[in-house]
Design a protein around this ligand. Structure first.
Ligand code: PBG
Length: 328
């Protein structure tokens, strides 16, 4: 045991200069870590800003290709596509239309930017007129297995269009295994699945629902997304998706769930993705615009915290801003 003659501990010795700090820095944010979400709408030359997400727009395919090109040139390796279809119905049939917005965007992106990794979000909430992530029973409950069948069709249509990674975000039970089996059977055994494994029902998705026009017409998503109070259950969700063949695992949202990210990191060897969601982005943006927070500093701090917690990759609307900063 140290006694009174033991030298005083001086942790500040290694903090004195920027070069020293740089040498002992434990976590580094790289452009390679970033995945940029895009909202694809029908039409040509469309770029419509989203009120609750300053700096983020819905884009038609041509505009999205140009934006993705700039992002790839900045070093961002991947985009994540969401589609806003021209028409919605009760069963989300636009989700698996081979000429749908996402399918068209995937083909255009892969043609123009073959090296860019194109990830597609697989879910029904953007495609159903009621805004829920699956098919409804007569009593208005989201039915699990019939929904999985439609998700499988959607995933296959994305793979056929040329998607590099399929990312189911619906939170139905068994969908990762079902999608894996269908992809393999159709000859897409080389396409990885990024499972939204621990996805919590979150108020932080608010701005996304404006961006994706996917707010539920009634009720909420508590009967399929996870209760924010449950950490152990998150590990069961992750274990199940891993067992069903997920190649990459995701925790979502990111900032308020750093404990979950850390626990998944410690227990599963898979690459781990964290989604810094719309509300996390908008909160930082809004406080920055009000002058209440230093936006750039808080943005970088929020992303470093997510990496320090154990994420390998981060889906973030800040991706182009961060990439430009890191390139300086
Ligand atoms: C569902 C989906 C959502 C998000 C990603 N995929 C919305 C939801 O579950 O309501 C949220 C992303 C964000 O808030 O940035 N397709």
């Amino acid at each position: 045991m140290p006694d009174s003659t033991f030298p005083a501990v001086r942790l500040r010795r290694l903090r004195r200069t920027e070069t020293l700090r740089r040498m002992v820095r434990e976590t580094v944010l790289s452009t390679d870590d970033l995945i940029w979400p895009l909202f694809i709408v029908p039409g040509n030359g469309v770029e419509k800003s989203i009120g609750s997400m300053p700096g983020v727009s819905q884009m038609s395919v041509d505009v999205a290709v140009a934006a993705a090109k700039r992002a790839f040139e900045l070093g961002i390796p991947a985009v994540l596509l969401f589609g806003i279809p021209p028409e919605k119905d009760a069963v989300g049939s636009a989700a698996y239309d081979e000429h749908g917005v996402v399918q068209t965007a995937v083909r255009a992106l892969k043609r123009e930017l073959p090296e860019l990794v194109v990830i597609t979000d697989v879910c029904l909430c953007e495609y159903t007129d009621h805004g829920h992530c699956g098919l409804l029973s007569a009593t208005g409950e989201v039915m699990n297995d019939p929904t999985v069948e439609v998700l499988v069709r959607e995933a296959l249509s994305h793979a056929e269009a040329g998607a590099d990674i399929i990312a189911p975000s619906d939170m139905m039970d068994g969908r990762v295994g079902a999608i894996r089996a269908a992809l393999d059977k159709a000859g897409f055994d080389q396409i990885p699945i990024l499972a939204y494994a621990a996805k919590f029902t979150s108020g932080f998705y608010g701005p996304f629902r404006e961006a994706a026009e996917s707010a539920p017409a009634f009720g909420d998503r508590r009967a399929y997304q996870m209760d924010p109070a449950n950490g152990r259950e998150a590990l069961r969700e992750v274990a199940l998706d891993a067992a069903e063949g997920a190649d990459l695992l995701m925790v979502k949202p990111a900032g308020p769930y750093l404990d979950i990210i850390r626990q998944v990191r410690d227990r599963f060897p898979h690459p781990l993705v964290a989604y810094q969601v719309s509300g996390e982005y908008s909160a930082i943006k809004a406080a920055g615009q009000l002058g209440w927070l230093d936006e750039e500093r808080v943005m970088l701090e929020s992303l470093i915290a997510i990496k320090r917690a154990g994420a390998d990759l981060i889906i973030t609307y800040f991706a182009p801003t961060v990439a430009r900063l890191l390139a300086r």
